[in-house]
Write a protein that binds this ligand. Structure first.
Ligand SMILES: Cc1ncc(COP(=O)(O)O)c(C=O)c1O
Length: 389
């Protein structure tokens, strides 16, 4: 059994993995934060935790969100999770019944599609547009279907790197409220903003609208911590606290959550985020510049880890040329269209990214967008190897 999920392939510069650069993982700083948390909290650091997460982390997170978002939650609106994926799993268990329809943006984070599909939901693609949402919800409900959730990543989206622009960002919570939908806002990339602050979250703009925002420390600090959070109505937080396994386990990741509180309060988190933002901005710039130098237009993502380029080169040909990526179709619940590629610039350094761009550019130039090609098995059937994230 291997130790980690990532599996490199000799000779292939692999831009498919949404994983951090190994040097960006704060091994020494985390060891120091662990020691500090054990000294500060003593035996309580190793006890069963408070079910919604330790008060110290909730308090620090509420402060942090005054810096990175337009509205800070109060602790009663915060629930600490074992990552954003776990937040989504919890929400789908709490709010979705097998056979329900869950609406999803397209393209969107491919592994969220799998989490929702695991719950037995039918996934229906809708863009975050009031008219389209109203039309689809009305049609489905007339057909007797239960439609309760709308999932999207509105800020530095996986896979496009783009953020939902302002008019739609402001109107979406209002539309959701009117239609009786809960928006699940995946806000995993908020901290990784390269050209100015991230736009305000739907949760902040909605101010009481039915929006649950999920966040993560996987990209800002380290995915192996399995630590994230959600902000939502206090009634939802209270319902999650009452879940048997949350009660039985005393929260879901208490010791790591307390360590994050110590890391945050010491200023370590701020320093680390500043350094990873510098690093990944440099990665982005190296990839974009190398593609431009090769005559390939690349939209410049203002945050996150991904660039989304038109074109559909064949993956085997790309891998034979020593470069890999994720084909665009995996980010659609319907399995298509196959006319873009997602390039992740997180895991490789600038020199490797520039070389990957040189290998990929001729293939991107040569391959036009392919025809729509629905995948018979939906999102799970389109995966070619374990979870590149
Ligand atoms: C949009 C999005 N949400 C969630 C995750 C997973 O987050 P976590 O590691 O906190 O479960 C990822 C990771 O790639 C992601 O891109």
């Amino acid at each position: 059994m291997p130790t980690i999920q990532y599996a490199g392939r000799p000779g292939v510069l692999d831009l498919s993995w949404g994983h951090p650069h190994p040097d960006a993982l704060p091994v020494g700083d985390w060891a120091a934060a662990t020691g500090a948390a054990l000294r500060e909290f003593g035996w309580q650091a190793l006890a069963y935790g408070h079910e919604a997460g330790p008060a110290e982390l909730a308090a620090w997170l509420c402060e942090r969100l005054t810096v990175t978002d337009a509205r800070a939650p109060v602790p009663a609106e915060v629930f600490v999770t074992a990552g954003a994926s776990h937040a989504l799993e919890l929400l789908s268990t709490q709010l979705v019944e097998p056979g329900d329809v869950v609406l999803v943006d397209a393209p969107t984070y491919h592994l969220a599609l799998r989490v929702l599909a695991d719950r037995g939901a039918e996934l229906v693609e809708v863009p975050p547009d009031p008219g389209a949402l109203e039309e689809v919800v009305t049609r489905l409900r007339r057909a007797g279907r239960t439609v309760g959730l709308y999932y999207l990543v509105p800020t530095f989206t996986n896979p496009t790197g783009v953020s939902l622009p302002d008019p739609a960002r402001r109107s979406l919570p209002v539309t959701a409220d009117r239609l009786g939908l809960t928006v699940v806002e995946d806000d995993t990339y908020r901290e990784l903003a390269y050209d100015g602050p991230a736009p305000p979250s739907l949760w902040a703009l909605g101010d009481g609208a039915p929006v649950v925002r999920i966040g993560s420390f996987a990209k800002s600090v380290a995915p192996g911590l399995r630590l994230g959070w959600l902000t939502g109505p206090p009634g939802l937080v209270a319902a999650l606290v009452r879940r048997g396994y949350v009660d039985s386990g005393g929260g879901v990741n208490h010791t790591v959550a307390l360590t994050m509180a110590a890391f945050g309060r010491s200023g370590g988190f701020d320093r680390h985020v500043a350094s990873v933002v510098r690093r990944y901005r440099g990665h982005r710039d190296a990839l974009v510049a190398a593609l431009h130098a090769e005559g390939v237009a690349c939209p410049v993502p203002a945050g996150g880890w991904f660039a989304w380029l038109p074109g559909a080169p064949a993956l085997p040909a790309a891998e034979a040329a020593g470069v890999s990526f994720l084909p665009g179709r995996v980010f659609f619940a319907s399995g298509g269209p196959d006319d873009h590629v997602r390039l992740s610039f997180s895991m490789l350094g600038p020199a490797d990214l520039a070389e990957a761009a040189r290998r990929l550019a001729p293939l991107l130039r040569a391959a036009g967008p392919a025809l729509r090609r629905p995948s018979p098995g939906g999102p799970t059937a389109t995966r070619r190897r374990p979870s590149p994230g």
